[in-house]
Design a protein around this ligand. Structure first.
Ligand code: NAD
Ligand code: MG
Length: 394
């Protein structure tokens, strides 16, 4: 029986993870669940999964939650609050696997703590890896942690790698990665209409049901930009070895192109329970609850090259990784602030890449050797982005 800690339990990935856990309760025991503010969802999860401990990051909400537990049948669950507690529960002795599914930079420290503690890290939080790439991979190799990618594309690539492959290694016979992208909801919208896109339109993804931030990232294709950087880090490749492919049906989740001309693809219905179940059962497989793929319903599959004019965020991600150092951290922070401003209807959809580009122009790509440098760059880029938004909206 393995103990699991789910960081970001109340989010889209967290909920899917608990769905898989419930199917395999003889193999996994929930030790810890964490939420930022959504205590109603967390309470329901506690009733069903009875963890030993929960973290509610927001202190006020944590106190309300604690009161609610007192008069319930699950009053023995320990409640912690504050961001530091995330690191604590991710490193508990009886936790074997940590699902790192907090959205954004807030997930960096707890995900890294899990890696340093030698846990099996099921990594959904791509922003953490984009920010801290080499430090994160070094922590994994120093501690002997197992790092398994949850992002569907990276999970697909991992599944298409040679037997015995470990993340962080270079698979010498793998020549290229074909990183698939649905193209999001605005793949065919006339470019001049993009400025009027609303948050509700941007979060309505055609194939995947995801959190709001990643849904906007998919619409701008920043998600694919972050994933390109994520792929370079996880599979030790350079950007020119990663070809982004628009594949609107989202049936192939990515491919690996080998030196002999073989291309291996992983396919399945677009449901995150597949990569989650794969990582939880690895190196074996078990039921994910997802319907079998009906290839006749799929019928056809299309592939196109991405248009960098329609999707400037993808170009900015290539610029950031080419510059190196802290620039991917700056890109990520500026994107988080710009997306939040868009979701709050402060800026237009088309302002998102403008804010990120102006922010990147303000920074030099100095080396990202330490966590302190990375966290400082993250904070400075957030402030710079907020200032740029102020200038744009005045
Ligand atoms: P979500 O918005 O649905 O959930 C986010 C979770 O993080 C929630 O549990 C929330 O309580 C927690 N959280 C938010 N801010 C926090 C903070 N400051 N401190 C602590 N906890 C905080 O997001 P999601 O769609 O589940 O995505 C989670 C991560 O997984 C993201 O990094 C995303 O890029 C990645 N991912 C998601 C999908 C998907 O299908 N949803 C696919 C691939 C990768
Ligand atoms: Mg993905």
């Amino acid at each position: 029986m393995k103990g699991i800690c789910i960081l970001g339990a109340t989010g889209s990935i967290g909920v899917s993870t608990l769905d898989v856990v419930a199917r395999h309760s003889s193999l996994y025991k929930v030790i810890a669940l964490t939420a930022n503010t959504n205590i109603d969802a967390l309470y329901e999860q506690c009733l069903e999964h009875h963890p030993e401990v929960v973290v509610v990051v927001d202190e006020h909400k944590a106190r309300i939650f604690e009161e609610k537990l007192k008069s319930s049948t699950i009053s023995d669950i320990k409640v912690l609050s504050g961001a530091k507690a995330l690191e604590h529960v991710a490193t508990l002795d009886n936790v074997d696997s940590v699902m790192a599914a907090i959205v954004g930079a807030a997930g960096l420290l707890p995900s890294l703590a899990a890696a340093k503690a030698g846990k099996t890290v099921l990594l959904a939080n791509k922003e953490a890896l984009v920010m801290s790439g080499s430090i994160f991979m070094q922590a994994v190799s120093d501690s002997g942690a197992q790092l398994l990618p949850i992002d569907s594309e990276h999970n697909a690539i991992f599944q298409c790698m040679p037997a015995g492959y470990k993340t962080g290694m270079q698979a010498k016979q793998a020549r290229r990665i074909l990183l698939t992208a649905s193209g999001g909801p605005f793949r065919e919208m006339p470019v001049e209409q993009l400025a009027d896109v609303t948050p509700a339109q941007a979060v309505a993804h055609p194939n995947w049901d995801m959190g709001r931030k990643i849904s906007v990232d998919s619409a701008t294709m920043m998600n694919k930009g972050l994933e390109m950087i994520e792929a370079c880090i996880l599979f030790d490749m350079i950007p020119s070895q990663i070809q982004v492919v628009i594949h609107p049906q989202s049936v192939i989740h990515s491919m690996v192109d080998y030196v002999d001309g073989t291309v291996l693809a992983q396919m399945g219905n677009p449901d995150m329970r597949i990569p989650i179940a794969y990582s939880m059962a690895w190196p074996e497989r078990f039921d994910s609850g997802v319907d079998p793929l009906n290839i006749f319903d799929v019928g056809r599959m299309d592939f196109e090259e991405p248009n960098l004019e329609r999707f400037p965020c993808l170009r900015l991600a290539y610029d950031a990784i080419a510059a190196g150092g802290i620039m991917p951290t700056v890109l990520n922070a500026a994107n988080e602030i710009a997306v939040e401003a868009f979701l709050n209807e402060q800026v237009r959809f088309t302002d998102i890449p403008v804010i990120i580009e102006r922010c990147m122009e303000k920074f030099e790509a100095k080396a990202a050797d330490t966590l302190e440098i990375i966290l400082a760059a993250d904070q400075q880029a957030r402030l710079a982005s907020a200032q740029i938004i102020g200038e744009l909206t005045n």
